[in-house]
Design a binder for this molecule. Structure first.
Ligand code: SF4
Length: 457
């Protein structure tokens, strides 16, 4: 079933949708599901993080996110300026205000357990929450999986927030989507919009698109205005602000890469904000959150005649492509490597831009396929478990690649040899064959060859 724009693009905080946003949602969901009798008896909560969540969780802010969720915070509304303080207060006092109402003892060393070598059956990003009463009497336990992009499933079952009714134009593949466009004589954005109208009014969908686009632009602007060092032992210096300043001072020269340098600066700006734990739009993940906003800003800044309708077509079309990647492969770096995050984002941005530029559905499909194909095999190997190296630059390069993919597809007539469905199936198969060390564990690739003095942690 196609994923809604309200689920694929969500506003949250960095640095990771699967390791920060998802665990925060799961923790909040667990305590919100406790009934009043259980809350009255509650004395202790134990959280176990498995697999990738445990391997790179500390660098990705997972323990902090879990604590915030137990306190009752949500990714969409938590104030990034006070998030650290809340988690630190819980740590210092060893006291957890569950949903800000019931106070229980919480010793992070004892009650938040990392199990990087163990894996729960359904997904590498597993969590188990257990609530105890007096004398450690079991009250209730639940397993959740953070399956990428901030999506959470409970115990391997259906998506928690899956409220989809029957859609007028369901599609499971790009082929089916193109057939619908052919039959209805419409573009991909119109198909996505018609499906959204089952659950929302047109005004709600359009307001949400404006909100997402505005949040993306605000994130770019904040990142372009913020200097300094990113958190963590790598001491990575922010570069977006300096890059923007230099581009403003030096007007475009013949043969320069001026427009694309701006695109890279905008993508860097978003991912620096993400790495700093600030507010970003998950698109379709946080690690890959810079690609779509940077390409959308390219459209509104450099394309003559760009307008709100183009922005609308861009984001609705990108939703269809992200949905196909998620439903037929994965958008989780822990499941299929970075191809699922950066590759999917590049395909979404390429297809979205092509649509905004007036491409036919076949050209859009071609653009998305090119965007994905040339990210196949990309591993997830964040150095020191931080979403910084190679993640930040990788967004800049993928944004430029997405624009090239859209432009290349627009030069053709939509006919091409490799279909988007085949590229997505290839991503799924490569992900299955990829060694675990290249799937958000920080045990392979750059994470293994770039030496980091962990004693500085
Ligand atoms: S390497 Fe890619 S998938 Fe892995 S954390 Fe970085 S952006 Fe996400």
């Amino acid at each position: 079933m196609p994923v809604s724009i309200f689920d694929l693009f969500t506003i949250g905080i960095g640095p990771s949708s699967s390791h920060t946003v998802g665990p925060m949602r799961a923790a909040r969901r667990f305590v919100a599901n406790l009934d009043s009798a259980q809350l009255a008896l509650l004395r202790r909560i134990r959280v176990e993080l498995f697999g990738s969540l445990a391997a790179t969780g500390p660098g990705h802010g997972t323990p902090k996110a879990v604590v915030l969720g137990l306190v009752g915070e949500e990714p969409e509304t938590v104030d990034p300026d006070v998030a650290d303080q809340i988690a630190e207060e819980v740590r210092r006092r060893r006291m957890l205000p569950v949903l800000r109402t019931w106070r229980i003892e919480f010793d992070e060393q004892r009650d938040l357990v990392l199990r990087p070598r163990d894996r729960l059956p359904a997904h590498p990003n597993g969590m188990r929450f257990t609530a105890y009463g007096d004398e450690d009497r079991l009250l209730v336990a639940a397993v959740y999986y953070s399956i990428g992009g901030g999506f959470v499933v409970e115990g391997g079952g259906a998506r928690i927030d899956d409220t989809q009714g029957s859609l007028p134009y369901p599609f499971r593949s790009a082929r089916e989507l193109l057939d619908i466009c052919d039959r209805q004589c419409c573009d991909i954005a119109s198909v996505v919009l018609a499906n959204e109208l089952v659950r929302h009014s047109r005004e709600e969908v359009e307001a949400y698109i404006r909100r997402i686009a505005a949040a993306m632009n605000e994130c770019i602007d904040r990142g372009c205005a913020t200097e300094g060092e990113l958190p963590g032992i790598l001491h990575v210096r922010r570069r977006a602000a300096d890059l923007c300043r230099r581009l403003q001072e030096a007007p475009p020269a013949p043969g320069s890469f001026h427009d694309m340098e701006w695109v890279m600066a905008w993508a860097l700006a978003v991912n620096e904000e993400n790495a700093a734990g600030r507010r970003v739009v998950t698109a379709p993940t946080n690690g890959a959150a810079g690609v779509v906003p940077a390409v959308l800003r390219y459209y509104t800044t450099f394309v003559p005649g760009a307008d709100d309708d183009g922005v609308r077509r861009f984001l609705l079309t990108a939703t269809a492509i992200g949905s196909l990647c998620k439903e037929n492969a994965s958008i989780s770096g822990a499941e299929v490597g970075c191809q699922g995050e950066i590759g999917s984002a590049c395909a979404m941005a390429a297809g979205g831009l092509a649509a905004a530029l007036g491409a036919t559905p076949a050209q859009v499909e071609n653009a998305a396929e090119i965007g994905l194909e040339h990210n196949l095999g990309l591993t997830c190997d964040p150095v020191a478990g931080l979403v910084q190296i190679p993640c930040i630059e990788r967004n800049g390069l993928a944004a430029v690649k997405a624009i090239a993919a859209a432009r290349l597809a627009l030069r053709g007539d939509g006919r091409h040899r490799v279909s988007l469905d085949q590229a997505i199936a290839t991503m799924r198969d490569i992900g299955r064959d990829m060694k675990t060390k290249y799937k958000e564990t920080s045990r392979g690739g750059l994470a293994a060859t770039v030496s980091v003095d962990l004693t500085e942690c």
